[in-house]
Design a protein. Structure first.
Length: 146
């Protein structure tokens, strides 16, 4: 529950303070994946879309079609930790789906690391390739439903 609240704060931080970030609804996410010819199993593998320097617009199917070549799909990771060299020091969980999605999309996908702290908030956008080059430690954790 706490992670969901922190993630929403991260989304709001980006939407309120930076141009180019947009939240899209589920139907638009599905349309976007269809246009990119990507399976719907990746619906939960991104939170926002990013179009550099784009000012607020109504996000609908036509907008997505118009700017399809420019948009980047963004998976958000948010922390309350103070990270003056964001993303250095970031600890986060990611799914295999998120990494696979990033590999499929290449430069059209970014992890966005948001640090929300009173001493200074920041964000860093990294491709899978950039992220892989700085990962210090990775471990697999099984999550099991019975």
């Amino acid at each position: 529950m706490s992670n969901n609240v922190t993630e929403k704060e991260g989304v709001n931080f980006l939407l309120e303070n930076y141009t180019g970030f947009f939240k899209i609804d589920l139907a638009t996410k599905k349309e976007l994946l269809d246009l990119l010819d990507v399976e719907h199993k990746f619906l939960q593998s991104f939170d926002l879309i990013y179009i550099p320097n784009m000012l607020g617009e109504k996000i609908d199917a036509q907008f997505i079609k118009t700017y399809l070549e420019d948009l980047i799909l963004v998976e958000l990771k948010t922390t309350k930790k103070f990270l003056p060299e964001n993303p250095k020091g970031f600890f986060f969980g990611a799914t295999e789906n998120e990494f696979n999605f990033g590999k499929i999309l290449g430069d059209r996908f970014r992890f966005c690391f948001v640090s929300l702290h009173e001493k200074g908030s920041s964000f860093a956008l990294l491709t899978i390739k950039e992220l892989e080059s700085i990962i210090k430690n990775r471990r697999i954790q099984y999550q099991i439903n019975l």
